[in-house]
Design a protein around this ligand. Structure first.
Ligand SMILES: [Zn+2]
Length: 403
């Protein structure tokens, strides 16, 4: 059984202890598991991640508890075993304690203001969430909850731990029932909240710094609330502040006007896109008329031949399907982008197999593709031979297909 220094005093960041055993770590034999007489390293549990730090000069990468013994997983075996200097990564521990106590307070406020019970808690290095039994949450309600929770933080209430006997336990106004039956540990936020918990917490609520709800989403029958406390709240505010400042500078507006202005920008941009689409359509109709009007006439058939530079393939396909609405028309369209792309089409009143013609010439650009007797399309990598392909196709139309 390891003596748990973190329960006696959650502010211990360095201590000396005697090592009782050093064994290879079963899960990863390159690492070792150290057991000491006493420890301030908090093991994983109760939703709170483990502490990191050093035992002697060995880095502690994981800490877990089994049958009241605390096991420290280290990168290398410590060389000393008596009075070994141990150091907790305090930045990590303080961060985790801030989030953890913040959770006690936030859960308590949800309970007090909306009778919403916390049914889930997740704390990682990236984010902290609680799941509360509530159907919805408005910005107004979230703001009310934040005010109350931060009033508890600003009051710097003391945080006590109790190991009550059965009689004493009955008298405590617990927020939730204990999950264990023996050695029940109660964490009290000075007269405000009593909850069973085996975790580590700062000694007073002021250390939480600030509790900020970031966002929330509906989950099956409850609300998942994501929040940040202390240093994380500061970092969260910092990047958001910077982004709002940079956006408002970019738009030359006041920071408080950012949302309204961006909403207007998005609406304007949608209108512009719609107008642009209309103009593009009109322009294309005009181009199609032009193309058809200036087409070479061969045996009473209009022969539209055009190679575009950089036009996208979709536009080409769209043009082809407009051009083949004209009677007695063959259209051979191509575009040069990073490759050579081709669409061959004809009006329904002509008996020409465009797929066959396409297959006969597409190899000239090392290409592939196909279609049906009316329309065939595809592309190839040999851009330099695209003009040769078009010339060959025109020759074939004139000499073989429209004889
Ligand atoms: Zn706790």
């Amino acid at each position: 059984m390891t003596k748990k220094l973190y329960w006696e005093d959650a502010t211990v960041s360095s201590f000396k202890s005697n090592i009782l055993s050093i064994e290879p770590y079963e899960i990863d034999p390159s690492k070792f598991v150290v057991v000491m007489e006493e420890t301030a390293f908090y093991p994983e549990g109760g939703g709170q991640p483990w502490d990191e730090g050093t035992i002697g000069s060995s880095a502690v990468v994981y800490v877990y508890e089994e049958n009241d013994t605390i096991y420290h997983v280290v990168e290398k075996a410590p060389t000393e075993t008596k009075g070994v200097d141990c150091q907790i990564d305090w930045e990590r521990r303080l961060d985790l304690m801030q989030q953890h106590l913040g959770q006690h307070i936030l859960s308590s406020v949800f309970e007090k203001l909306f009778s919403a019970t916390t049914v889930g808690f997740h704390l990682s290095n990236e984010y902290v969430t609680i799941d509360v039994t509530k159907d919805s949450l408005t910005y107004g309600e979230a703001s009310l909850i934040e005010s109350e929770a931060n009033a508890v933080v600003f009051s710097s209430l003391k945080v006590f731990t109790h190991f009550p006997n059965d009689e004493e336990l009955k008298k405590l106004p617990l927020r939730k029932p204990p999950s264990v039956t023996e050695g029940i540990r109660i964490v009290e936020v000075e007269g405000y909240d009593f909850s069973p918990c085996g975790g580590v917490h700062p000694l007073q609520t002021g250390s939480v710094g600030q509790i900020k709800i970031r966002k929330w989403e509906k989950m099956k029958g409850h609300i998942r609330v994501e929040f940040v406390c202390g240093g994380r709240a500061l970092k969260d505010a910092a990047w958001k502040n910077r982004q709002i400042n940079e956006i408002s500078n970019l738009l030359s507006i006041k920071d408080v006007e950012t949302k309204e202005f961006v909403e207007k920008l998005v609406a304007d941009s949608r209108k512009l896109e719609k107008t642009l689409r209309t103009y593009r359509r009109e322009l294309m109709d005009y181009q199609i008329k032009e193309l058809h009007a200036s087409a070479e006439i061969h045996k009473d058939c209009s022969l539209v031949v055009k190679v575009f530079d950089g036009e996208d393939f979709k536009t080409l396909q769209s043009m082809a399907s407009s051009l083949n609405q004209y009677p007695n028309t063959v259209a051979l369209l191509a575009t040069k982008t990073d490759k050579a792309q081709v669409v061959f089409t004809r009006s329904k009143d002509l008996d020409i197999n465009m797929n066959q013609l396409f297959k006969e010439v597409i190899e000239l650009v090392d290409g592939r593709g196909g279609g049906n007797p009316q329309t065939a399309q595809g592309g190839g990598s040999n851009l330099s031979n695209l003009d040769g392909l078009m010339t060959a196709a025109v020759m074939k139309i004139k000499n073989e297909y429209l004889k």
